[in-house]
Design a protein around this ligand. Structure first.
Ligand SMILES: [Zn+2]
Length: 231
């Protein structure tokens, strides 16, 4: 790891901090993404201006100029409140329940705040459009839409989605989620937790069976077994 420091004007920095809060992203994530974007744009511009045709260089263009979503997938998988996360999650939910997923099915699910709050997006259509092509300002291409309005995953991005599938399908607050300490989420207790705006969840150790019902929603991913003899 290398640490860099930069100078910027105060107003710009304040706006940057506000934007970070809105997106619930960290400075490191955003700046690393910008650096990657900058490098890839430079490489693809240079490559195209020299019309390089040997396979090595067309690989560079192929990996960086397209498949923008591949570089963001690890963040989208973690950030359950981000729009791309919700759209991918909604698509995977529908795909599990149906042979085909149409645009209307996806739009309906993402507009249904009362039955599907986890994937609710007030501005579905413009965001979905942002996930159909790669450009500097789009989210990055994930989906394809055919003439019959059937939505499918872009074949170049499919292996990447497959890799992160679990994180999209099962959130820490979902019943059945198992954390790294082998504690399984048995659901929300409905009792208010001790963290700001949190509820307590019931979790069961998959090694010794001990149950605890005092896990704050925000701590589910790291909760440990309460049994001191459990190894
Ligand atoms: Zn245990």
């Amino acid at each position: 790891m290398t640490t860099i420091s930069i100078s910027t004007d105060e107003k710009l920095y304040k706006d940057f901090e506000m934007a970070l809060q809105l997106n619930s992203e960290t400075k490191d994530e955003v700046i690393n993404t910008m650096i990657r974007d900058y490098i890839s744009r430079t490489f693809s511009r240079i490559a195209s201006s020299y019309k390089m045709e040997n396979s090595f260089n067309s690989d560079i263009v192929g990996n960086n100029a397209s498949e923008k979503a591949t570089r963001k997938m690890h963040l989208w998988a973690k950030k359950t409140t981000q729009v791309p996360h919700k759209i991918i999650r909604a698509f995977l939910q529908l795909k599990k329940e149906n042979d085909i997923v149409t645009y209307d099915m996806l739009a309906t699910r993402c507009n249904d705040q009362s039955n599907h709050p986890d994937v609710y997006i007030p501005t579905f259509s413009s965001n979905f459009t942002q996930m159909k092509f790669d450009s500097e300002k789009s989210h990055g291409k994930v989906f394809e839409l055919d003439d019959n309005n059937v939505v499918s995953l872009w074949n170049k991005i499919e292996p990447c989605i497959e890799q992160y599938k679990k994180a999209f399908i099962l959130h820490t607050t979902d019943v059945g989620y198992i954390n790294n300490n082998k504690l399984k989420n048995l659901g929300c207790t409905g009792k208010e937790g001790t963290d700001h705006l949190q509820y307590f969840y019931k979790m069961q150790c998959q090694k010794c069976g001990a149950i605890r019902d005092d896990v704050n929603g925000t701590n589910i991913y790291e909760a440990k077994c309460s049994n001191p003899n459990c190894k």
